[in-house]
Design a protein around this ligand. Structure first.
Ligand code: ZN
Ligand code: ZN
Length: 371
């Protein structure tokens, strides 16, 4: 007999005081004594409990047991090891050597909600009210799973342990294994009158609105964790967490590189030659922009501090605008004459080969062409 840990048999922790051990033994002995409890396995269990108490109530024996010296097979340390080997062979999974019933109360699951943001929301951060389908505490039974005025009763099959003992003959002798009680599903109690509102689950499905502050600087794929905002657990167990996964919609003008915003500015040929000032509409309102005379396609104008507020920190990125000089395509005769005259006067050089232009503007230009 006995592939069970003495502490687990008595349902006490390894550092239990002699008094706690005595109390646990008295309680179990009253419950399991063969004279009062003729149920199947009760006698076996009573012997286990008594043996566990005999060992743990004697300081010297307890000390030796703690060091692995108590073995029904007379082999120091062979006790626990044997049980492990046995379970490996025969697959006595679930519950193992523990005789403690499992709790109906479990932590609720985490939930994931996706939310789509505009790029403008990312610049400053935003506030959202998000609807989530979740489980909330049943108000009828307050998570007890029982009809009001009733309570769970001790399982008659396992006598509240949540486990049933089975004696298996093996080459090594009779070995007791423990399996979860199928009548109470290992809870040790059954619920004779389940709460009608939640069908004995202690929680009900509900749609809930969760208010969430989304910080500036988030990116697509980033998950914000809201501890305790997930569903309530079975039988009113603690809430899981809620995760908000961010998706940032593609903006028709601005794209993002780190904390900087990128855009392309079309500049007419005369403005590129003569220079001008213009007002552009950034994500946080109009910004005056000066274009110096002689600006070239590919030049980048940087507007400091008009990018994205980083997720950590407060120094906003920049808005970088790549210049694209627009060459006129349809000229009337008079305009054509003007340009030819200009070409004559400036002795415009012939086209000249140079290194391929890399860097920011190449990317901006690709984007511009593809859009
Ligand atoms: Zn209920
Ligand atoms: Zn049971």
């Amino acid at each position: 007999m006995a592939d069970q840990d003495h502490y687990e048999v008595l349902g006490v922790s390894r550092d239990a005081s002699p008094d706690e051990i005595k109390k646990a033994y008295r309680r179990l002995a009253r419950e399991l004594h063969p004279d009062v409890n003729p149920g199947p396995g009760a006698e076996e269990k009573f012997k286990l409990v008594t043996h566990a108490y005999d060992v743990l109530s004697d300081p010297e024996q307890r000390r030796r047991y703690d060091m692995g010296g108590d073995s029904p097979f007379g082999q120091a340390g062979g006790f626990g090891g044997f049980g492990d080997i046995f379970e490996t062979f025969f697959g006595a999974a679930g519950g193992g050597r523990g005789a403690r019933p499992r709790s109906r109360r479990e932590r609720g699951q985490d939930a994931l909600v996706r939310v789509t943001l505009e790029l403008g929301d990312v610049v400053f951060g935003t506030h959202r009210e998000i609807e989530v389908d979740t489980a909330v505490l049943c108000e009828t039974c307050d998570g007890s799973c029982c009809q009001p005025g009733t309570s769970p009763v001790t399982c008659e099959i396992c006598h509240g342990t949540g486990h049933v003992q089975r004696t298996v003959r093996s080459l090594l002798g009779n070995v007791v294994t423990s399996a979860p009680c199928t009548v109470c599903q290992g809870y040790g109690t059954t619920i004779p009158y389940p709460c009608a509102t939640c069908q004995g689950q202690g929680r009900v499905r509900a749609r809930r609105t969760v208010a969430v502050d989304i910080p500036a600087g988030v990116e697509t794929g980033l998950r914000l964790q809201l501890p305790g905002s997930g569903e309530v657990g079975p039988a009113g167990g603690p809430n899981g967490d809620l995760y908000i996964e961010v998706n940032v919609a593609v903006h028709e003008v601005f794209s993002r590189e780190g904390d900087d915003l990128l855009a392309t500015l079309d500049v007419s040929m005369p403005d590129a030659i003569l220079g001008t000032t213009t007002t552009i509409e950034s994500l946080d309102g109009p910004v005056d922009l000066e274009i110096r005379p002689g600006v070239q396609s590919g030049d980048v104008l940087t507007i400091k501090g008009r990018g994205i507020t980083p997720l950590r920190g407060s120094q906003r990125g920049d808005l970088r605008v790549g210049v694209h000089v627009v060459t006129p395509t349809r000229l009337d005769a008079k305009e054509r004459a003007l340009i030819e005259d200009f070409k004559q006067k400036t002795k415009a050089p012939a086209p000249k080969l140079a290194e391929f232009q890399q860097g920011l503007f190449a990317r901006l230009r690709d984007r511009f062409r593809n859009s």
